[in-house]
Design a protein around this ligand. Structure first.
Ligand code: CA
Length: 227
């Protein structure tokens, strides 16, 4: 049974989540407090945490930081905050994904399953060396990309960005993280670099670069590889 820890102070939403999750055979534990949440995340070993950012006793971002000191459990943020800055802070603190309120239960369940699946995915050393899509193939060991039987030439920076995205399929990678990993801490404001390089990657890999199917932009937040 997949155990879900729901951290949310909106009693009505908690009730709806419990009904929907239990109906799909998830194990559900709930708390309205950040302090209790950080304790339960360690003691009960949930498979995934659903976390509201606006809690009465504690900022949800601090809950993420606390949990991350001891646990790599997937954290899915339920955010009523519409600024992308808040969401980026949550992702950079170690959240895995976010769902903006109000959300549909179907969307939430899909994100939840994706978060759990990623956790169950094999460790990096066992990852397949080849990632294939309908349009191109990426060989992670040889660091080569092929498209329609031709090698696609990527610059080292393009490769670095692509590698981060494709080894985290379906996962939103924040602009801050990409800039930090690829260019280093002094470039964290240079989101225009990312736009330029993503456009180049799309031109090289996407059948229709203006309507990308694989390299998806989450406006103001980051990028996602959909395999
Ligand atoms: Ca709240």
């Amino acid at each position: 049974m997949i155990k879900v820890l729901v951290v949310e102070d909106d009693a009505q939403l908690v009730r709806a989540l419990r009904i929907n999750l239990e109906a799909r055979k998830f194990g559900v534990e709930t708390t309205a407090e950040g302090n209790t949440a950080t304790r339960l995340a360690v003691m009960r070993r949930p498979d995934v945490v659903l976390l509201d950012l606006g809690l009465p006793d504690m900022d949800g971002i601090d809950v993420i930081r606390e949990v991350r000191k001891t646990s790599s459990v997937p954290i899915l943020v339920l955010s009523a905050r519409h600024t992308s800055e808040e969401k980026i802070r949550a992702l950079d603190a170690g959240a895995d994904d976010y769902v903006t309120k109000p959300f549909s239960m179907d969307e939430l369940l899909a994100r939840l399953r994706a978060a759990v699946r990623r956790r169950e995915a094999p460790a990096p050393s066992e990852e397949p060396a080849l990632i294939e899509t309908a349009d191109f193939t990426v060989d992670l060991v040889a660091k080569k990309v092929r498209r329609s039987d031709r090698t696609v030439r990527l610059t080292p920076t393009e490769w670095h960005i692509l590698e981060i995205l494709i080894t985290n399929p379906g996962r939103l990678i924040s602009q801050t993280k990409l800039l930090l990993d690829v260019w280093g801490p002094t470039y964290s404001e240079h989101t225009n670099y990312l736009r330029v390089y993503m456009a180049q990657l799309r031109r090289k890999l996407e059948a229709d670069p203006s309507h990308p199917r694989y390299l998806i932009t989450e406006p103001g937040m980051g990028y996602r590889f959909e395999g």
